[in-house]
Design a binder for this molecule. Structure first.
Ligand code: URP
Ligand code: ZN
Ligand code: ZN
Length: 467
């Protein structure tokens, strides 16, 4: 199979030009002006030609923070590897990184086996895994090298919160950092102070303050700022590369800013919701459960800090933390906010919302857009230049995007397996038109053209120390 994409405006973090792209099999084999199938050097006639005049052409989006079919808070997130990766493709995301969760008392390998049994043969789009270490001990320690060198799983997630379920203490964190550093991996962290949050949750429950608003009030900014600073300091001490997931607020970003003053490099991810939604949504009584996630939505001043952080190069990635639950699942916490499954759906909306709210509203440039949504996740997590760029030899994961097309987000039309949208009625400028995944047309004019099982597990290389 060969495809010729004609006259698209190709965007990467450091380029913006109009050219043609020739794809043979799964990879890009030529980029140039006025390429025609059959000319010298292009000895295969293209099976298909796509006219991309007037369109933006950028690398397939990479969402490095999603939770698919994940057992959590007494239920499972509602998108499977099939429905979640398909919805991602509709929104221009060709590769996702999902989280495998170790069960405390069991091995990392048994958790991976469990996730493989749900993901293998089911994914439509490409995927990889982070390994979440929830119980670091002498046995777990022995498994780290194998995961990095043999499994291609080079990033290890830690939780400084979710006390009693997923949280590890600082002793375990330091030990894990030393081991991961030694073998060329990276630590991802959910950086909030689990003990403080646990205290505040119990206090609010005792006071019968049980609505979703108290989820927000149980996780004030200081819980995130404190844990981020502690994580950064432990990373500085051990020299282990660190990546803070879903960073939401000014206080936490200032901890990273301070680290850069002492020449420490820490990677930072925020998520689309923290850039464009705010905590006033928790005042909608139980409807606020749609946005019950951890950390919670913050204030307008934090949105400003995050947009500025992207432009300052302090925030490297915009992900989703996609963790959808049906409304019926959210109702598990109708009488007690602490029982509302944490998470919201966005895997399909990230690329279009970030374009519409970021690029179309002049908050970020097109180059920055591609950098934070496509290229940096590939570089940080050991997939570049196979993924995350448009270059000869790279996988032909390509989005053809109409920058002027307007549409409205709705649960009635989205493809995620969830019966509400956190963005219902949002007017969006810019729409994904065609998506190629490894040279195959995956999405065209709002139709999925590939089947479950097409998505491949992507083994990743050792991670970047710097980007
Ligand atoms: O609310 C969230 N974020 N749910 C998913 C688990 C996590 O903390 O990332
Ligand atoms: Zn988290
Ligand atoms: Zn998450």
């Amino acid at each position: 199979m060969s495809v010729l994409i004609k006259n698209g405006r190709i965007i990467t973090p450091d380029a913006d030009y109009t050219a043609d792209i020739f794809i043979e099999g799964e990879t890009i084999s030529a980029i140039g002006k006025n390429l025609s199938a059959g000319q010298a050097g292009l000895n295969v006639k293209a099976n298909k030609e796509i006219d991309a005049s007037g369109m933006l052409v950028f690398p397939g989006g990479i969402d490095p923070h999603v939770h698919l079919d994940m057992p959590f808070m007494g239920t499972f997130s509602s998108d499977t590897h099939e429905t979640g990766t398909r919805a991602a493709l509709f929104g221009g995301t060709t590769t996702v990184i999902d989280f495998v969760l170790q069960t405390q008392g069991k091995s990392l390998q048994s958790a991976l086996d469990d996730w493989n049994s749900r993901a293998k043969g089911n994914a439509v789009g490409d995927y990889s895994f982070h390994m979440a270490v929830t119980d670091f001990n002498e046995n777990t320690k022995k498994e780290i090298k194998h995961f990095i060198e043999e499994e291609g799983i080079t990033s290890f997630k830690t939780f400084m919160a979710y006390k009693g379920a997923l949280m590890i203490d600082d002793r375990q964190m330091i030990g894990l950092m030393e081991e991961v550093k030694q073998h060329g991996g990276l630590i991802n962290v959910h950086a909030t102070n689990g003990d403080m949050i646990d205290y505040l949750v119990q206090k609010h429950r005792e006071e019968k303050k049980l609505s979703p608003l108290y989820h927000y009030l149980s996780q004030p900014e200081v819980t995130e700022a404190e844990a981020s600073e502690r994580f950064v300091d432990m990373g500085n001490y051990t020299g282990c590369p660190g990546y803070i997931v879903h960073l939401t607020c000014e206080g936490a970003l200032n901890a990273v800013r301070n680290a850069t003053k002492r020449n420490q490099h820490v990677f930072v991810e925020t998520c689309i919701q923290y850039l464009i939604l705010d905590a006033s949504l928790y005042e909608k009584d139980f409807e606020g459960a749609k946005w019950v996630m951890s950390p919670p939505l913050r204030e307008k001043k934090d949105q400003k800090t995050l947009w500025a952080g992207i432009n300052q190069g302090l925030v490297n990635v915009v992900a989703t933390d996609h963790c959808p639950f049906m409304w019926e699942q959210k109702l598990m916490g109708e009488k007690d906010f602490s029982k509302i499954p944490n998470g919201h759906p966005a895997i399909e909306n990230r690329m279009e919302l970030l374009y519409s709210e970021g690029v179309a509203k002049n908050k970020i440039t097109l180059n920055k857009y591609v950098e934070v949504a496509c290229t940096n996740p590939a570089k940080i997590f050991g997939m570049f230049p196979r993924k995350g760029t448009i270059a000869v030899g790279s996988d032909a994961d390509i989005v053809i995007f109409d920058p002027n097309k307007k549409h409205t987000i709705s649960a009635k039309t989205h493809h995620m397996n969830v019966d509400y949208s956190g963005y219902e009625g949002w007017e969006v400028t810019g729409k994904v038109k065609t998506v190629l995944l490894r040279g195959e047309i995956a999405i065209d004019n709002n139709e999925c053209k590939i089947e479950k099982g097409f998505g491949k597990f992507i083994k990743r290389n050792k991670v970047a120390q710097n980007i």
